[in-house]
Design a protein around this ligand. Structure first.
Ligand SMILES: Nc1nc2c(ncn2[C@@H]2O[C@H](COP(=O)(O)OP(=O)(O)O)[C@@H](O)[C@H]2O)c(=O)[nH]1
Ligand SMILES: [Mg+2]
Ligand SMILES: [Zn+2]
Length: 288
């Protein structure tokens, strides 16, 4: 029987299939860390009469370690427009991680009942990303985000307090994510394995996770193989227009199309500044 792992913990996992919810043992080779089922995994399982156990884990489209989640289609990068205001560097880190991992980022601004999101939307639309403005109070945007989730496996990331749990509860009441609590932080301290749980939402899955730590993740990107230039789409697409083919688009480069686009406002200053910041971090790592 085939199904989707919704939770994995302590040598067992929960699988959702046509049979409903099945508790499966994880045995043999699947106990190896790289093969151990994660929330989001497509698996096959069998019963030996006494218990159910995993017999195959399908190849993963992408995967994260902390939290352990696989086959993510969309990452909602969540910020509130006010209290607290968006941290653009963190948003840009997460878009880089999405580009690297093959996950579609959607930039979400919550608490639209408190302030206007226009200036932030412009930055990310300009970079070619889909943006959503919503409020768990006024319900603005809630139907739109539900439509995006249909048929997909999605995760939410963003700092504590931006309204992720409130939003997840609006979209998927079964999740009963704790609002305004510090449970994310305290559970992080207690558990070394951060658990992700998948909830069915329409024809899709929503993962409620203890949160992605963007800093760790940026460090996970293989700076030997990968180049930050290719992980900013609005920079990557101008590559061929620069005078020199190996252009790094550093400030004041003559004949650099990226510098020109920053100058005339086609590329947002904040995005370019964060590109330079991440470029420096990558270069530091490359030295070792
Ligand atoms: N005004 C307003 N407050 C919100 C909204 N969404 C969440 N909040 C409040 O923001 C605080 C943090 O929300 P929570 O969902 O726990 O954020 P999380 O830490 O990202 O999961 C709580 O006090 C919520 O009531 C919203 O759309 N509008
Ligand atoms: Mg929360
Ligand atoms: Zn250039």
């Amino acid at each position: 029987m085939q199904g989707t792992v919704t939770e994995a913990l302590n040598g067992r996992c929960t699988v959702l299939s046509e049979l409903g919810v099945t508790d499966c043992a994880v045995r043999g080779v699947f106990r190896k860390e790289s093969l151990f089922p994660k929330a989001g995994d497509k698996v096959e399982f069998e019963s030996d009469g006494a218990s159910n156990y995993i017999t195959a884990v399908m190849p993963r489209k992408n995967q994260f370690v902390r939290p352990a989640v696989a086959n993510v289609d969309i990452m909602f990068i969540v910020s509130s427009v006010s209290s607290p205001p968006p941290n653009l560097e963190n948003i840009d880190k997460m878009t880089v991680i999405c580009e690297y991992s093959g996950v579609t980022p959607v930039i979400v601004f919550t608490k639209s009942d408190l302030a206007c999101a226009k200036q932030y939307e412009e930055i990310y639309r300009g970079a070619g990303y889909k943006t959503l403005v919503l409020s768990s109070e006024s319900e603005e945007g809630i139907e739109e985000i539900k439509k995006l989730i249909n048929g997909k496996t999605v995760v939410f990331t963003g700092f504590s307090g931006v309204g992720k749990s409130s939003l997840i509860n609006r979209i998927c009441p079964e999740a009963q994510s704790e609002v305004g609590s510090l449970s994310e932080k305290s559970s992080r301290g207690k558990n070394t394995t951060r658990r992700a749980t998948l909830f069915k939402c329409g024809s899709g899955f929503v993962a409620d996770t203890p949160g992605f730590s963007s800093l760790d993740l940026l460090m996970c990107i293989d700076s030997q193989k990968d180049d930050i230039r290719y992980l900013f789409p609005e920079i990557n697409e101008r590559e061929g227009n620069c005078k020199f083919t190996s252009c790094l688009h550093l400030p004041s480069t003559k004949g650099c199309d990226v510098c020109a686009a920053v100058e005339n406002g086609d590329i947002a200053k904040s995005r370019y500044e964060n590109y330079l910041k991440f470029y420096k971090i990558f270069n530091e790592i490359k030295k070792y």
